[in-house]
Every structure is written in C-alpha cells, then in structure tokens.
Design a protein around this ligand. Sequence first.
Ligand code: DC
Length: 210
Amino acid sequence: MIIAIDGPAAAGKGTLARRLADHFGFAYLDTGSLYRAVGLAVLRANKSPDDIEAANQAAAKLDTSLFGDPALRAEVTGNAASKVAAIPSVRTNLLEFQRNFSDRPPGGKKGAVLDGRDVGTVVCPGADLKLFVTASPEVRAERRQLEILGRGEAAEFEEILADVRARDERDMNRKDAPLKPAEDALLLDTSELDIDAVFLRAVALVEERL
Ligand code: DC
C-alpha cells in the first residue's frame, strides 16, 4: 500500500503523513528532507543553492546523516531546498532513493507513506491513494509563525507570508515536476479543518482501499 501526500509548504501534510504511517504501521518518508539535505550540504560548502554543479555533487552523494541535523528545519534550509529542487539533475539523483523506499518499505513494513511535492505525479504515479493537502497562504504562514515562535526564535508574520508565497511560486512554476495535484488525487483543504478532522477523513480513505 503506497500513500502519496503532496501539497505546498506548511499545509499540514507532514503531520498527516506521520500520523497515518503510525496508525497503519507503515513506513514514512518526508521527501522534502532529501532536498533539504542537499540544500544544507550546499550552504555548508559555502556555495549558492543556485550553483548547479555544487547541488549536483551534494545530490549524487546524499548525506543521510543530515536528516537528524537541527539545521535541516531552518527557514534558510527550506529556501535553499526549494532552489536546488528546481535543478532537473538533482531531482533525477534523488528519485532512486524515493522509489527504493516506496518499493521496499524499510523494516519489512506493509506499506509506505511519502509526502512531498511530486510524489503522486512523478515518484509514485501508481500510488494506491493520493492526497493533495492545501491551505491558504495566510493560514500556512500563521502555522509556520507559531512553529518558529515555539522554537523560541523570532518570526515576523509579513516576512513569513512573503516567504511562503515565494516558495509556492518557485515550487509550482519550475519546469521539472512542479507542485500540482495528480489527476487522481483527492484534495483536502486544511484552512478550515483541524488536523484531527483531516486525519479521520484520511484514515477512512485508506481503510476503503485496504
Ligand atoms: O516540504 P519541505 O518544506 O520540507 O520541502 C522543502 C523544499 O523541497 C520544497 O520547497 C520543494 C522541495 N521538494 C520538492 O521539490 N519535491 C519534493 N517531493 C519535496 C520537496
């Protein structure tokens, strides 16, 4: 059973994906962390995330130890990730890792939940269930702000909203594997729904397919 969950930044897809994986005993992969690891490696090498050669090098020898690095979640890393993600050869390099995960979920698990931007369209086009989770930019910026404040860091709402919009723009308008719902994806707008309601709806959809 493969569940693909796509959507823009801070729409709540990560929380939903993790909860579904826990509930059904499936393996979980946050595909954004691969792009973040590449972005972080490039930044740490003092290179620009627009530097194709530097990004390719980082993607070719993906440093999975960065997955546990607290800097992976920083806003600056998210922006760098969105930039390296627009480079087609970086995407190709990361595809195999994602497909290995979905084809053979680690730990002998009976299913996998992957979240990202192109899981339903490119990584797992044959997924059993595809969800596209979205929310208005304002709602997402508000959630991001609470998350940042929760870490004890400073967070200006207008700045975060501008960041969310810039990231959407880049993720939706790149040529290769842009952020968009697969034709057979079910849309879940979390602007008005709380995470528990979204989770219950998604559980029912998975159960229908099991
Ligand atoms: O979900 P996230 O914020 O961790 O993702 C960081 C960036 O990585 C996102 O802005 C675009 C890119 N990304 C992608 O292009 N394709 C994916 N499947 C996942 C993330």
